[in-house]
Design a protein around this ligand. Structure first.
Ligand SMILES: [Zn+2]
Ligand SMILES: [Zn+2]
Length: 252
């Protein structure tokens, strides 16, 4: 069934569907003060909507035909695409996908299962302005070498140094196993830490859920223009100067 050409005719044209935005990082562009951030906890994915059902179908198709490029957005109506705030865990089945395109999505989080997309070479969530962080599990995609991410939407981005949400926080993206050693969690809740690391062509804030302090101490060290150690965020966290501050200083 070839339905792609008719999809856009079913409803209003794309430019009339409201663009997915959030206001978490607005203070970096203006004078308003920061307050402690939340990890988008209110956005639970609606799993009854047509967009969710359509996305699951697309993942099933892509799994069975073994395609190497997967870009679900253009194969959904704009309003269906805007309904997607979270990807299904079944992205773990996309073992042949080398290029994952999530252009202009409304996503607020990427599930840890992205780490099981073993063939992934190129990741393009560009203009997904509500994606402020990624799961540490993405570092398991060892072939990943190219990324196109809207970095100014990220916590701790070098341009504005937006703050990181203070951890721990309850949120729907908590993995069932340790992000670092893949061991099971004991009775205690996982230890949550942020660490900013190079992922393909970008430095991104990664959220770690670890089973132990040992696993936290095994994390790689961030490069020198980011907080150089795993941390738990909050407004009190000292970050390196922002690109904009350095630029202003050198002009003055
Ligand atoms: Zn946000
Ligand atoms: Zn562990």
């Amino acid at each position: 069934m070839k339905i792609f050409p008719n999809l856009w005719a079913r409803e209003a044209p794309a430019h009339t569907v409201p663009k997915p935005v959030c206001h978490c990082l607005d203070p970096q562009y203006g004078e308003s003060p920061w307050s402690e951030l939340q990890i988008h906890t209110p956005e639970e994915q609606d799993t009854d909507c047509s967009g969710w059902q359509r996305l699951n179908e697309l993942i099933d198709h892509a799994t069975s035909d073994g395609r190497e490029v997967f870009s679900p957005g253009p194969e959904m109506t704009p309003s269906e695409w805007a309904q997607i705030t979270e990807l299904p865990k079944t992205i773990s089945k996309l073992k042949s996908v080398k290029h994952f395109i999530l252009y202009g999505s409304s996503l607020v989080r990427i599930p840890p299962e992205i780490g099981e997309m073993a063939a992934l070479e190129q990741f393009t969530p560009y203009t997904s302005y509500r994606l402020h962080w990624f799961p540490y599990e993405i570092t398991r995609c060892t072939k990943l070498k190219d990324s196109t991410i809207s970095t100014r939407a990220l916590y701790g981005n070098f341009k504005y140094r937006a703050p990181f949400p203070k951890l721990p926080q309850d949120h729907p993206g908590i993995p069932s196993r340790c992000s670092v050693c893949r061991g099971t969690f004991g009775a205690a809740p996982p230890l949550q830490y942020w660490v900013s690391l190079g992922v393909a062509t970008d430095v991104v804030p990664l959220l770690v859920h670890a089973c132990s302090e040992q696993c936290i101490s095994n994390l790689p060290q961030p490069q020198d223009n980011y907080v150089r150690f795993p941390h738990q965020g909050g407004l009190g966290l000292e970050q390196p100067k922002s690109y904009n501050d350095v630029h202003t200083l050198s002009v003055a």
